[in-house]
Design a protein around this ligand. Structure first.
Ligand code: FAD
Length: 322
């Protein structure tokens, strides 16, 4: 089965989740006797492209002229690259761009799609893909019955793996028609922080923090750990934190290696976005808080005492390492 992987650009570099998608695509292609191609877009630096080329891919079709903010052109680009590489399966990352382009490609190509894969597909006999359902409380094995298939892969669900050899990078410029949007101004909301969807470590806080003025210690803890910051929905609704930090059923779904939840009760809607995390640490004054049921490690205590001690301990640990 030939596989096409859609690689996302992130400020001139290939997004981390795309290396995982490349690993996924390569493995499915080799298991099913096909080859894997990547379609990449936008201005990408050479080092990023070179790294992408070392994931067992046969070739990279790089279309530099397309804007990452034009879903119609990205859709047409993906469809053209799928035809060029004779792909039967297209892999996207399950993040903002992937989630917006994959359904458009699916509808245009009449391809069955599974959103949010968390593992490699079963390819012996039926083609089935494992996903989370019911806010992460159950798994489903979803069968794709169409000839053309699309999967969006949850970031951090599988590990990226380099392989021997380098793919050929080909400048690719199919006729995509006129752009449907023109970008007048671009203001990044997230600043220079770590991208939340791709972060391996996340420090998150909720209404237990009492007010926005208390986030200094959360940011400091995140900085010491090299983690991204996140928050519960009420916190972003009241404007204590920006909306792009909101995780949960109506926010971003993440699967970091470590999720530290501070002053968050653990409502089902919050858990829906974080219960795929590999290790969950909960800090809460209320020992009955529902989050403790989902936690691997729990601290029953006041965030205003526990978090500064954690920061101190991390700094001491790092100083000892230096
Ligand atoms: C349709 C729908 C969708 C929703 N989607 C989302 C979503 O995507 N994401 C989301 O987060 N929520 C979502 N919610 C809201 C959700 O139901 C909860 O109301 C919300 O998650 C609670 O946020 P919280 O835990 O920050 O606040 P609270 O429920 O007020 O909990 C605060 C916690 O902090 C603890 N605490 C207090 N003081 C301290 C202290 N000093 N130190 C340590 N701990 C302390 C308390 O014991 C408590 O457990 C949704 C709700 C609905 C109805």
């Amino acid at each position: 089965m030939n596989v096409l992987v859609f690689a996302e650009s992130d400020n001139g570099k290939v997004a981390k989740a795309s290396f995982e998608a490349a690993t996924y695509g390569t493995k499915v292609a080799s298991k099913t006797g096909g080859s894997a191609t990547i379609v990449a877009y936008g201005k990408l630096d050479d080092a990023s492209l070179k790294e992408l080329a070392s994931y067992g891919i046969t070739k990279i079709l790089h279309c530099s002229a397309v804007s990452d903010l034009d879903p119609s052109q990205l859709t047409r680009l993906t469809i053209a690259a799928a035809a060029e590489s004779q792909a039967e399966l297209i892999i996207f990352s399950h993040d903002y761009t992937g989630k917006s382009i994959a359904p458009l490609v699916s509808a245009k190509m009449k391809a069955g799609m599974v959103a949010g894969a968390i593992d490699y597909p079963e390819t012996n006999g039926d083609f089935t893909v494992k996903t989370n359902v019911f806010s992460g409380k159950a798994f489903a094995q979803v069968k794709i019955k169409t000839d053309k298939k699309i999967i969006t892969l949850i970031p951090n669900a599988i590990s990226k793996e380099k392989q021997e050899g380098q793919a050929e990078v080909i400048a690719y410029s199919p006729d995509l028609g006129a752009a449907s949007v023109s970008v007048k101004e671009f203001k990044a909301e997230g600043g220079d922080g770590i991208n939340l969807t791709e972060a391996e470590l996340v420090v998150s806080a909720g209404r237990g923090l009492k007010g926005p003025e208390n986030w200094g210690m959360i940011e400091e803890l995140a900085k010491e750990l090299g983690a991204a910051t996140a928050c519960s929905r009420p916190v972003s609704d009241i404007g204590w934190r920006p909306h792009h930090e909101h995780v949960g059923q109506t926010g971003i779904a993440i699967r970091p290696n470590l999720y530290i939840a501070i002053g968050i009760s653990g409502a089902i809607q919050h858990l829906a976005g974080v219960n795929g995390s590999k290790v969950i640490v909960v800090i809460n004054t209320d020992k009955e808080a529902p989050f403790f049921k989902a936690a691997d490690y729990g601290v029953v205590g006041d965030a205003f005492e526990v978090v500064p001690k954690m920061i101190e301990a991390i700094k001491a640990f790092k100083a000892g390492q230096a």
